[in-house]
Ligand binder design. Structure first.
Ligand SMILES: Cc1ncc(COP(=O)(O)O)c(C=O)c1O
Length: 435
């Protein structure tokens, strides 16, 4: 069965196809997706440049004609078959209402959890589905119970603002002492490792470290497994913020080596907005308090995070999002996004006046990369650059703040972007930097 572009995007048709079950796209829909995509095979860096393939993939996303979205870092658009499944689940749950919630929800939520766990490389009992990375990470941080008064908790300038605040709250909650340091700019593998090493040595009482794996401010990917090991050797635990990692990179939880991780599925897995994961490695449950006196079983992760009534349809759509992600190719998708990033970065890397805030080291960057026009590090400067990119060039990016060296503009391509978009951005930056 081959879908035309029109029927591929037509939610009504696909909603009719995807009828039963919560285990993702039905076999028939999946077959239709695979027929339409006709995914090539071969090394990821070769497939990343197969424009005919990526045109077919882009055809699964209905994008606004009014601007070019290069700000996929906020949340990821659902592909049409996933959106159709989401609509179907909303209709289905709404039709049956509490009859559904009382009789079917538990088993179906469990199936969604099992599929997510398999995708991330965890056991189902090591994860709980949350409303996003924030909820997961906040719980991990404030319920971490191994801190004694005077113990140090630490994070860097590049870590996510809300998680920095949660770490700050440990001063009052647990009598902790706060330590902060800056990640060097420009960053290299060696200077990032050295910065963590120095900060750990300078604070021998560090017990808890917050690590942002793939950074939301610059796009930097830190050597997280090495840093977790380095901290562990000094008696410190790490909580890893992996909000941008899964889907933008092809990896499993083991690749991070961390015992506590929070992430979402609505950025790079393409699930509906409002879904994330809290991971606590087997054997570490005792180090995270039960939530607000939850008297659920001490031995079950559910007692560590209690969301209450949730958007059923969002959870039920996760397996379909994973199906679509896998159909595009778990290794091909990151390679394509990285290719689009390299395309604009390579074009302006040597342009006088444009500072690129991520290295090209293939292990230290993915799709996100921020830039700063040299000497223009204020909020106003960067908001003005983002505004000009939108107003004059119709390129939507976003201003970011909180870096020790000054603000910047973040660029995040996704599967609906083209090399021509990256080229237009590079031309625009060259023109802006020249002034
Ligand atoms: C690094 C980082 N951590 C955490 C979050 C919060 O994620 P969520 O919006 O899923 O709660 C974000 C969101 O942008 C992020 O970029």
């Amino acid at each position: 069965m081959t879908l035309t572009r029109r029927s591929f995007l037509g939610t009504a048709g696909l909603a009719g196809v995807a009828l039963a079950g919560t285990r993702g796209l039905t076999a028939e829909t999946l077959e239709a997706v695979q027929d339409t995509l006709r995914r090539p095979s071969g090394p990821a860096d070769v497939v990343a440049r197969d424009e005919a393939y990526w045109r077919r993939v882009a055809g699964a996303y209905k994008v606004s004609p009014d601007f070019t979205n290069m700000e996929a870092g906020y949340f990821g658009m659902m592909a049409a078959p996933v959106l159709a499944e989401y609509h179907r689940q909303i209709d289905r749950v709404n039709l049956q209402s509490s009859y559904y919630a009382r009789r079917q929800w538990s088993a179906e939520a469990e199936a969604a959890r099992a599929r997510t766990a398999e995708f991330l490389g965890a056991a189902p009992g090591e994860i709980v589905l949350t409303r996003g990375a924030t909820e997961a990470l906040q719980r991990l941080i404030v319920q971490y119970n191994k801190l004694e008064p005077g113990d140090v908790v630490m994070y860097a300038d590049l870590d996510y603002g809300a998680m920095q605040l949660a770490m700050n709250s440990l001063v009052e909650r647990r009598g902790a002492v706060l330590a902060q340091f800056n990640i060097p700019e420009p960053a290299t593998r060696d200077n990032v490792l050295a910065a963590y090493d120095t900060a750990l040595k300078a604070n021998p009482r560090v017990k808890l470290l917050l690590l942002t794996h793939l950074n939301n401010k610059t796009g930097l990917v830190i050597p997280v497994k090495d840093i977790v090991a380095m901290a562990r050797a000094r008696g410190a635990d790490s909580i890893v913020d992996a909000a941008h990692s899964f889907g933008q990179m092809d990896l499993k939880l083991d690749d991070m080596g961390a015992d506590f991780v929070g992430c979402n599925l609505h950025k790079w897995i393409g699930a509906p907005v409002g879904i994330g994961v809290m991971y606590i490695k087997a054997g570490r449950l005792g180090d995270i308090d039960r939530m607000l006196g939850d008297d659920g079983s001490e031995a079950r992760i559910e007692s560590r995070l209690h969301t209450g009534t949730t958007n059923f349809a969002t959870t039920l759509t996760v397996p379909a999002a994973i199906d679509f992600h896998d159909a595009v190719g778990a290794a091909y998708k990151p390679a394509r996004i990285r290719y689009l990033r390299d395309r604009w970065v390579n074009a302006v890397r040597r342009t006088p006046g444009v500072d690129i805030l991520t290295p090209d080291d293939r292990d230290m960057v993915a799709g996100i990369t921020s830039f700063r026009i040299r000497g223009r590090g204020s909020r106003e400067d960067n908001q003005a650059v983002a505004a000009e990119l939108l107003d004059r060039y119709k390129l939507f990016t976003v201003w970011r703040t909180g870096l020790s060296q000054g603000d910047c503009v973040r660029v995040t391509p996704s599967l609906y972007n083209t090399p021509a978009d990256a080229d237009r951005l590079a031309e625009a930056l060259t023109a802006i930097a020249r002034r």
